[in-house]
Design a binder for this molecule. Structure first.
Ligand code: C2O
Ligand code: CU
Ligand code: CU
Length: 590
């Protein structure tokens, strides 16, 4: 059996010992064998003693967090449960009251980490950063109260909703006030997510903890679960990957200075479900992982390796941003940029007890060839022009084990999650040959709309900034209008002197139809027709465009919302979005 809630508590550094201040609550309650939760009542002090037996003091020494050392991966991965952090809520059944508020989590023993989090208290239980699960056609209602002390909104990333429900930056929820988000789920089954989108505040609020999953379950997904005997929270696991930076007091560090705004924020500690250096005990069977890159700026080149020999494992890509693919595609590495999701099946049936499998990010050329950094001190080294060493925050000391904080360069190799094969089980299920129906959009009448990703020096500040079609975001400027019902090609062209930009748009999922001038490191991945990667073969809402590359996507603007719709298209490097790499677009009535 996989680890259950009781075992989890026993090992828990992040579970039983976790305390949210201000309504003080346990991050994880205890679940009995029948699945009924017996949570710590809100307001009670968390029984930290529960975790005392096996809990090890984890001093905040970077050597103990360094994600390059697999031996450091000794904290149990936080799993979704019935309550506490990442508690699961059946979302079609009733309206929710969600509070966005400051919170504290004991990630490191004896130290409290300040976060911002979403909290739902109902039926005597408290759920923090709930994972909403819902079916297509169901109605979702969340009254969101803002207690953050600053503006916020909730954006339902990937979901097709009326723009008034989309968390658009022009509709802020002011501190102390509430806003009710209400929509019918129109999306296919898939792994969507939610996070704030207030003007200029997205990067900091998402970094501080405001983000979680929104999972739509449809028939195809149900069939897959039955077929492979998958259970959500046990063998079907949502995992959000984020890079953070902690100071020696265990506090999150976020620096929003001009260099960060231009390059994006890169942390040196890799977390999975807010667990640094996480491990999970697994059985010899199939696992479905729903991987979300919830990082502000970091890209991952994801591979699974057998730790003895470091050899890469083939795994199955089964889903992208907008749900299941038509069939499983075998891959050994895929890039995952901020905002993107992939769903994978990992076949552990041939493993033996005691073996270790690690999810890691393989080395790659970050392609930070941005002109703006040339000759600037601190972040850039001279070799960043087209070289493989142009890593943010990387100095000469970056390859040692005792890196100072802030020194995990983009494109460096590191581990994300360790899987310990614990139990040999008999498991005879076979992977299905088909997963879902994916029809290509009819693009016979589609016209091409170009989007050029560039940079320029702001005269006022002498700072470099990123632009889309030569423009920076202005709240009341609507430079793009499309017609409801039309199909268009949106063509994202990234300049050669640039950095990778994960482009995302609100309102509609799209299909990647072509990649042109892709960098050579993509040729190491399996490619399909028209330069596409396996991750381009499904519905998408975010797509990574490398320097010099052109990516063409097809999208259809059919919707059933009332009146003109205003959405945004932006780079999902959150610092780029916040500093203006975003445009409004309108969908006009017929
Ligand atoms: Cu996940 Cu507008 O973003
Ligand atoms: Cu979005
Ligand atoms: Cu960008």
């Amino acid at each position: 059996m996989t680890i259950n809630r009781r075992q989890f508590l026993k090992y828990s550094g992040i579970g039983g010992a976790s305390v949210f201040m201000g309504g003080i609550l346990a991050a994880c309650g205890e679940t009995t064998a029948t699945g009924v939760s017996s949570s710590t009542p809100p307001g009670a002090v968390t029984p930290t003693g529960l975790a005392a037996t096996t809990h090890q003091a984890q001093p905040l020494n970077y050597n103990d967090l360094n994600p390059k050392r697999l031996a450091n991966f000794s904290r149990p991965l936080l799993l979704p449960g019935h309550n506490g952090l990442l508690g699961v809520l059946d979302a079609g059944s009733q309206p929710f009251e969600v509070t966005a508020r400051p919170a504290t989590l004991e990630i490191f023993k004896g130290k409290s980490t300040d976060l911002q989090a979403y909290q739902v208290t109902m039926n005597g239980k408290t759920v923090v950063n709930p994972i909403f699960r819902i079916k297509p056609g169901a109605n979702f209602t969340a009254k969101v109260t803002n207690n953050l002390g600053e503006d916020t909104t909730i954006h339902w990333h990937g979901l097709k909703v009326d723009w008034r429900m989309d968390g658009h930056p022009s509709m802020p929820v002011k501190n102390g006030s509430s806003y009710t988000y209400n929509f019918t789920v129109q999306n296919r089954g898939g792994t969507y997510w939610y996070h704030p989108h207030a003007h200029k505040l997205t990067p900091k609020q998402a970094y501080m903890g405001l983000a979680s999953f929104y999972i739509v379950d449809d028939e195809d997904n149900l069939q897959l679960s039955n077929r492979l005997d998958l259970k959500f929270g046990e063998t079907d696991l949502p995992v959000v990957i984020q890079d953070k930076q902690f100071d020696t007091d265990g506090k999150l560090v976020y620096d929003s200075g001009p260099d960060t705004q231009f390059m994006g924020f890169y942390g040196d500690t890799i977390t999975a479900n807010l667990t640094p250096n996480a491990f999970l005990d697994v059985d010899t069977r199939f696992y479905r992982l729903r991987l979300l890159n919830g990082s502000n700026a970091r890209n991952y080149r994801l591979a699974f390796v057998r730790s003895n020999g470091n050899q890469k494992l083939a795994y199955w890509l089964i889903g992208t941003d907008g749900g299941l693919l038509d069939k499983p595609y075998q891959v050994s590495e895929v890039f995952l940029s901020p905002g993107e999701r992939i769903e994978v099946l990992l076949d552990l049936t041939n493993f033996v007890e005691g073996e270790i499998v690690a999810l890691k990010s393989m080395p790659f050329d970050p392609m930070h060839q941005e002109m703006g950094m040339m000759g600037r001190s601190g972040l850039s080294n001279g070799s960043s022009m087209g070289g493989t060493n142009g890593m943010v925050g990387t100095g000469t000391q970056s390859t040692t084990n005792s890196m100072p904080t802030g020194q995990l360069g983009e494109g460096e190799e590191f581990f994300i999650l360790k899987l310990n094969v614990k139990n040999k089980v008999s498991y005879t299920r076979a992977i299905p040959t088909t997963l879902s129906n994916l029809a290509a959009l009819d693009t016979t009448r589609a016209t091409i709309r170009p989007f050029v990703l560039s940079q320029s020096m702001m005269q006022s500040t002498q700072m470099m900034q990123w632009l889309i079609n030569g423009k920076s975001y202005t709240m009341d400027d609507y430079p793009i209008s499309v017609k409801k019902g039309n199909t268009e090609f949106w063509e994202f062209r990234n300049e050669a002197q640039s950095m990778p930009h994960p482009m995302h748009l609100h309102g509609f999922q799209f299909q990647v139809v072509e990649r042109l001038n892709s960098p050579s490191q993509l040729q190491g991945l399996t490619t399909y027709d028209r330069g596409r990667l396996a991750t381009d073969l499904g519905w998408k809402d975010t797509v990574l465009i490398w320097p010099g590359e052109t990516v063409r996507v097809a999208l259809n603007f059919t919707h059933n919302f009332e009146g003109a719709q205003t959405y945004v298209v932006h780079c999902h490097v959150l610092e780029h979005e916040a500093s203006g790499m975003m445009l409004n677009y309108k969908v006009l009535e017929g």
